[in-house]
Design a protein around this ligand. Structure first.
Ligand code: SF4
Length: 365
């Protein structure tokens, strides 16, 4: 399976915690960006995809006209007739009815909304550009307009946060079928890390908040299917599941990452450079050997908490030699109580979800 990702690197302002690649206040560059991303698409013309994900940044800043131009251009370069899931990320302050209707008209049926919280104080504390009312209105607007799946991002560990429950309960009552739950972290160089606000929950408090949120969502009928993702049964994000299954994808736009034909590469996270030479100067071009590829896929598959990793299937695809080291490491982790094994299937135990990074690192080497 192949997924197409397009990175839209524009935001109205920069959130205090954000270390994603995006630029604030340069919306005048959107027309040049659209020309550049379509030029990059032409370099890969003829490919066919099963999922499409327009992420950012803030894709809703493209507005209806930009969205139509982008989708028509992508349709000229690629075969999108087999796309079974098309997702657009939007932020509440720019998720107008016109923009959402244009997204529906151009084939998007799944929308992911950067809500983060339905508390004005929590939103203000990390410099989000929207308030709780705008976020709730964006969610109901998307549900009413007829998106088949409405997903919301919510944050755990915001300054002064006592529970994520009220935000989650309201989101579910407004119609979301999928929630991405992210823990706030102080990323080096961000304003939040440089000037941490008062009221930040400790690590233990953040873990309790996450556990509370998970309990709320499970009580509301959601499945915890990936470390940070919950959904109504059967409503997983197929585009992201393809990443976690080690599938192929093409990433267009500045900072877009690709994994195609056994090679991986990434576009520079630099809008000006990208506009000059769209997709021409790639970074981190890598060709993985079978052992490395198997280890990486094993590490990604363990993120899928229900599905886990079926070792017999991987041995069949990669061969026993490439899987030898991976299997030895999986067995050692199981012996240490850090993974659970059921037949040839390995999974992360629920109690290890928030502390899984060292476990996943051990799968790699
Ligand atoms: S809206 Fe998203 S991408 Fe933009 S600055 Fe905020 S967190 Fe970063």
């Amino acid at each position: 399976m192949k997924g197409l990702y397009v990175h839209v690197p524009f935001c109205v302002s920069k959130c205090a915690y954000c270390d994603f690649y995006s630029v604030a206040g340069r919306l005048d560059l959107i027309p040049s960006y659209l020309d550049a991303v379509l030029a990059e698409a032409r370099r890969h013309a003829g490919l066919s995809f099963e999922t499409l994900y327009l992420g950012g940044g803030t894709p809703s800043l493209l507005e209806a006209g930009g969205l139509r131009q982008l989708m028509e251009g992508l349709g000229r370069s690629f075969d999108l007739s087999r796309v079974t899931e098309a997702t657009i990320e939007v932020n509440p302050e720019s998720a107008s009815g016109e923009c959402l209707r244009a997204a529906l008209e151009t084939g998007f049926r799944r929308v992911s909304i950067g809500v983060q919280s339905l508390s004005d104080a929590e939103l203000r504390s990390v410099g989000r550009a929207h308030n709780a009312l705008q976020a709730a209105e964006a969610v109901s607007r998307a549900a009413e307009l007829g998106f088949g799946d409405v997903s919301a991002d919510a944050m755990v560990g915001l300054p002064g946060q006592r529970s994520v429950g009220p935000t989650l309960q309201r989101l579910v009552s407004l119609g979301v079928s999928h929630v991405s739950l992210y823990c706030l972290s102080l990323e080096p160089g961000t304003p939040l890390a440089l000037h941490p606000p008062g009221g930040l929950p400790s690590e233990d408090e953040q873990a309790d908040l996450f556990e509370g949120a998970r309990a709320w969502l499970e009580d509301l009928g959601f499945v915890h299917y990936e470390i940070s993702n919950f959904c109504r049964p059967g409503r997983e994000c197929r585009h992201n599941v393809n990443y976690w299954r080690g599938g192929e994808y093409l990433g267009l736009g500045p900072s877009g990452a690709s994994h195609l034909g056994g090679r991986r590469w990434r576009n520079p996270a630099d809008l000006d450079a990208y506009l000059g030479h769209p997709g021409a100067a790639v970074e981190e071009m890598e060709e993985l050997g079978p052992g490395e590829k198997a280890a990486e896929e094993a590490m990604l598959r363990l993120r899928l908490l229900c599905e886990g990793l079926a070792a017999d299937d991987m041995v069949e695809r990669f061969g026993p030699e490439a899987m030898k080291g991976v299997l030895a490491r999986l067995d050692a982790l199981t012996a240490d109580g850090l993974l659970v094994r059921d037949g040839s299937r390995y999974r992360l135990p629920p109690g290890r979800v928030l502390t899984c990074n060292p476990i996943l690192a051990r799968v790699l080497a």
